[in-house]
Structures are given as C-alpha cells and as structure tokens.
Design a binder for this molecule. Sequence first.
Ligand SMILES: NC(=O)c1ccc[n+]([C@@H]2O[C@H](COP(=O)([O-])OP(=O)(O)OC[C@H]3O[C@@H](n4cnc5c(N)ncnc54)[C@H](O)[C@@H]3O)[C@@H](O)[C@H]2O)c1
Length: 263
Amino acid sequence: MSHTRRFAGKVVFITGGTSGLGADTAELFVQDGAKVFVVDLQERDILSRLGSDNAAFRKCDVSSPNDCASAIEECVKQYGRLDVLFHNAARLSPLANVVDHEVEMFQQIINTNLCGLFYLSRAAIPQMRTQGKGAIVATASTSGLAGDYGLCSYNAAKAGTVNLVRSMALDHALEGIRVNAVCPGYMITPMTEAFRMEKHVQDALLATIPMRRGADPKEIGRAVLFLASDEASFITGQTLTIDGGWMAKSGCPNFMELFGGQA
Ligand SMILES: NC(=O)c1ccc[n+]([C@@H]2O[C@H](COP(=O)([O-])OP(=O)(O)OC[C@H]3O[C@@H](n4cnc5c(N)ncnc54)[C@H](O)[C@@H]3O)[C@@H](O)[C@H]2O)c1
C-alpha cells in the first residue's frame, strides 16, 4: 500500500481498465488515493478488486465518439470532477501486410487505438478547463516508435498516438493541461498471451530484449502515475519508453558475443 496518496481527492478515468495494464494501473491509482472510473468493452469484475467505494465501471466502446462523450459525462456526474484521463484501451490486429489487411479491421484498429484518444480528450478537456488543470496520459507503444512485421495498422495507430499527444500538449499547455504517453515494450498481459504459448516464439522475443524479460504491467503503471501526478508538473508532450532496453539498440548484432567477448 502506497503512503504518498498523491491522488487523494482526484478522479481518474481509465479505458481498457478491466484487464492487463489498465486494471493494474487502476489498482495503483486507488492505492494512491484516487477515485477511478473504469471503462472497457468487456465487462469483467474489476470492482471487487478495486473496491466499489473507490471505483465505478461502465461499459464503453472507445471507437464510438458518442460512447466516449457519454462515459466522460457520467464520470463527472458521479464524482463531480475529472483530473486524469488515462487512455489505454487498444486491440492488436491479426498479422497481415497492407495487401492482406482487411479494410474494416484497419479502420477499427485506428478508430480504437488512436481516434479513441481524440474522442475522449474532446469530451474531457472542457471539464479540465473549468478545473484549471488536468493530465492526460495515453498508452502508446514501442510499436509507435518503429515498425513491426505484420502490424501495419497497430504501428500506424500507435505512431499517431505519439504525435497526437505532442499536438494536444501544445494546444492545451496554457490551460494547465499536460498530455504525455508511455511506450511500453513487451508486457506480460492477456494481449501477448499467444507469444508465450510456443517456446520458440517466446525465446525469439526475449532474445531481442536486453533485459531478457517482459514487463510486469505495474512497471509501466508506476510511470503512468508519475506522469499524471504533480511530480511531473513541467513535463508535457513527452513519450516515456519503458522497454527493458529494447529501443536503445541499433540493428547491429552483438559483436561482443559473436567475437567471443573480443569486440
Ligand atoms: N502487452 C504488451 O506487450 C503491450 C506493449 C505495448 C503497448 N501495449 C498497449 O498497452 C495497452 C494495454 O494493453 P494490455 O497489454 O493490457 O492488453 P489487454 O488486452 O489485457 O487490455 C486491453 C483492454 O482494452 C479493451 N478494449 C479493446 N478494445 C476496446 C474498445 N473498443 N473500447 C473499450 N475497451 C477496449 C479490452 O477489452 C481490454 O480490456 C494497450 O494500449 C496496448 O496497445 C501493450
């Protein structure tokens, strides 16, 4: 249990909050004193984990502008304010190059992962303005910083998230609203379960990560709380990469290993 209570009296709206990173981060916010309003497409029992005194749940499809607007409205109605928007909901596409990618699927991925941030922010920012302050944090990805084989729609959506964050940070800086993103590398969540089903896939994946492991989602969640908190009061328009060293590498092989330690 955290003793800092950085979010006492604060209200946090979290998307994709019944699974993986969203659920773990919701728990960290509650431990730090916040009331959280969790939304997700899937209705899973998150309230028994968070405590119904500290949290509310509503089903919401973030690819729908109307759903996003009414969920933000319900949050403000229920808790009387909105201090932090954490847009984290996303889906992974089936692996396909652009020729084979279904058009409708491409649109759905962009709509959920990228447009969701736009729909939610346009609903949340007017409330933050009336409060004179607010923080928006988006979950982007290392997949928004470089390309992955077979993930064209996901790459495009996450890269769009990184730059939408920068753009909103500029537009709302004078209103006291900060906008930042986290870029996780490989995290151990239901989204990546398939990578752990087969040993050769898991081994190949871990071999590319300098720390040779995936992240516990709470290792990302703690950074989300930092960016959302007053400790980050001069940080806006940034993406914080949290990936066990993944993006620190060039494409070079490890010559030290190849030359037996004689690089
Ligand atoms: N797991 C990883 O390795 C990894 C790496 C980098 C970034 N990310 C990102 O982290 C975030 C959290 O993913 P996770 O790994 O916890 O996966 P997850 O699948 O456990 O959680 C994603 C949640 O988003 C919800 N969701 C999907 N579409 C939605 C919609 N249209 N409306 C509302 N909710 C919707 C799902 O129901 C689910 O609860 C995502 O943005 C993902 O892209 C994950």
